[in-house]
Design a protein around this ligand. Structure first.
Ligand code: PEP
Ligand code: MG
Length: 572
């Protein structure tokens, strides 16, 4: 029997067979030639045959996919049929004597570079060409296609980590659970799994010890995977499946505690499609609009007109609702060519987010102009905030820019220990704060949020992180905030928009620490609302005090779980 442990990032209990993600296709050596005496014409002919097989498999995958994933797969399938790639490669075999795999690799490069030279939409297709090239090379070598395994039966997917492109093909109907050996709880993979409602464990560093085909029980509540599947595991997995058939719902109007206290439950979004999903999930509004997501693929700064249009499209789904718009948070894991320096030695500690406005002031002022223009034409109520604030001078500078444009309320994100510890002075200068627990945790623990090896440090259950959340709430109170008032009417409100807000046990603790609103992926709204409904404000405060006084993150989790039996009942 073997059992491996990682960090649970999205709940669920399932039994399934392990299928591992194929590793990336290795580049064929530069000098790889046809073997002596090989029939060059016959070898070259293998290339269109392999390309056709790749195209057929991509079409099969596209048929099963939906939404953006389907579109990406269809576009990639079309690329596989493009004769410019196969004919160039065939020429490199017949007249250059290269091996078919090497020839495809080089031809793919030529086509990709040509597309990049054309710019715009065509340049974006270069990534598809490189993907197709890798698939054809794998086919020629008889290797498993890169990416998510193509098997019919649902399976437990194991991987080192997922690349953004892999996520497009992640079909929750086929993947029962996701277990990665790398990736932290705040990594892209973890955030995506939560959005999809896919049971997931990250940083299970030994998971690859399980061979493909091994039947396992995955407990993504506790973060364990075992190949000893017992009768009890079967019952637990069945209970989880049963729970999924009667999904909880959120009706809106705030999470209501047992004593009637209401906590605003908001959604995190990246654009108009997410806004539509948030509205459909009855979110009370938006607590974090990650505006940089609109521009991650852009080489140049979008114009004010273009931005205004994008904001209006998003606001259109949120009539009459609060929408907390965060100004561009570029840098570190979200580089933007027009704003951040790709060569910084320490990008997470570099000129990122609000700091980019020191040198490139107009990008921030243009964005604020666009938000103000969209606000004037829309029925949503934008609140504006700046990311990665450390000093009070920065807050004052940002708020002055907002006031000049009539943008109110205007606030800041608390993502640095510096801002948390001086929250009273920051909140005297601004209207509200939103705690970004993802970054606040990484900066408190000095632990890169992307690194699986640091996942045990990178949890907002760390008592030190909880102490900084409390310091922020206390600071808001000292600046005139009202700790008893939640939601819209609160003076100097403090929200949480990091992933912690969507973790039901933590949500209770955060409310107990004095947080007025919680913003999360819309999928988490029903469970957070349900768990909040089982405690009074007084009980939430007691649980928060216990977590805060714990010696370790694990002890904080255990103590809160013991006080919240609903978590076990819901399989969380
Ligand atoms: C955070 O840091 O908690 C946050 C919400 O911002 P992001 O995850 O976009 O860095
Ligand atoms: Mg952040």
């Amino acid at each position: 029997m073997a059992q491996y442990t990682g960090v649970a990032v999205s709940p669920g209990r399932v039994i399934g067979t392990i299928r591992s993600m194929a590793p990336p296709v290795a580049e064929p050596p530069a000098g790889e030639k046809l073997p002596a005496g090989a029939d060059a014409a016959a070898e070259a002919e293998r290339i269109p045959v392999a390309a056709a097989a790749v195209q057929a498999s991509l079409i099969r995958l596209a048929e099963r996919a939906a939404g953006d994933g389907k579109k990406i797969l269809e576009a990639t399938a079309q690329m596989a049929a493009d004769p410019s790639l196969t004919q160039t490669a065939q020429g490199l075999v017949t007249s250059g004597g290269k091996s078919p795999a090497r020839a495809v690799w080089e031809a793919g490069d030529q086509v990709a570079v040509m597309l990049e030279g054309l710019g715009g939409y065509m340049a974006e297709r270069a990534t598809d060409v490189r993907d197709v090239r890798a698939r054809i090379v794998a086919e020629l070598r008889g290797e498993q296609a890169p990416g998510i395994p193509e098997v019919e039966e649902p399976f437990v997917l194991t991987a080192i980590d997922l690349a953004p492109a892999d996520t497009a093909t992640l079909d929750p109907g086929r993947v029962l659970a996701l277990v990665t050996s790398d990736g932290g709880p705040q990594s892209h993979t973890a955030i995506l799994a939560r959005q999809l409602g896919l049971p997931a464990i990250v940083a299970a560093k030994d998971i690859h010890q399980f061979a493909d085909g091994t039947e396992v029980f995955v407990d993504a509540g506790f973060g364990t995977v075992t190949d000893e599947v017992t009768e009890e595991h079967l019952l637990l997995a069945e209970a989880w499946t049963e729970l999924q058939k009667h999904p909880l719902t959120y009706e809106g109007g705030g999470g209501v505690l047992k004593d009637g206290t209401r906590v605003q439950l908001l959604a995190n979004i990246g654009g108009a499609e997410d806004a539509e999903r948030a509205a459909a999930a009855n979110a009370d509004g938006v607590g974090l609009f990650r505006t940089e997501f609109l521009f991650l693929d852009r080489e140049d700064e979008p114009s004010v007109k273009e931005q205004t249009k994008a904001y209006l499209e998003t606001f259109a789904h949120l009539k009459g609702k609060k929408v907390v718009v965060r100004t561009i948070d570029a840098g570190a894991d979200k580089p933007l060519p027009f704003l951040t320096d790709a060569d910084e030695p320490n990008p997470a500690l570099g000129v990122r987010a609000y700091r980019t406005s020191w040198e490139k002031r107009s990008v921030l002022t243009n964005q604020l102009d666009a938000i103000a223009a969209a606000a004037a034409q829309s029925e949503a109520t934008p609140w504006v905030m700046a990311p990665m604030i450390a000093t009070v001078e920065e807050t004052e500078d940002f708020i002055a820019l907002c006031r000049e444009r009539g943008l109110a309320p205007a606030g800041i994100m608390v993502e640095t220990p510096a801002a948390a510890l001086t929250a009273d002075r920051h909140l005297e200068a601004c209207d509200f704060a939103s705690i970004g627990t993802n970054d606040l945790t990484q900066y408190t623990m000095a632990a890169d949020r992307q690194l699986g090896s640091l996942a045990h440090l990178n949890t907002p259950w760390q008592p030190s992180v909880l102490a900084l959340v409390k310091a922020t709430c206390d600071g808001a109170r000292a600046a005139g905030g009202d700790p008893e008032s939640f939601g819209e009417s609160a003076n100097k409100p403090v929200g949480v928009c990091g992933e912690a807000a969507g973790a039901p046990g933590l949500a209770v603790v955060l409310v107990g620490l004095g947080v007025n609103s919680l913003s999360m992926t819309p999928r988490s709204l029903p469970t957070v609302a349900k768990v909040l409904s089982t405690v009074t404000l007084e009980q939430a405060r007691e649980l928060a005090a216990t977590a805060l006084a714990a010696r370790t993150a694990d002890e904080a989790i255990s103590a809160v779980r013991a006080g919240l039996p609903i978590l076990g009942e819901l399989g969380l």
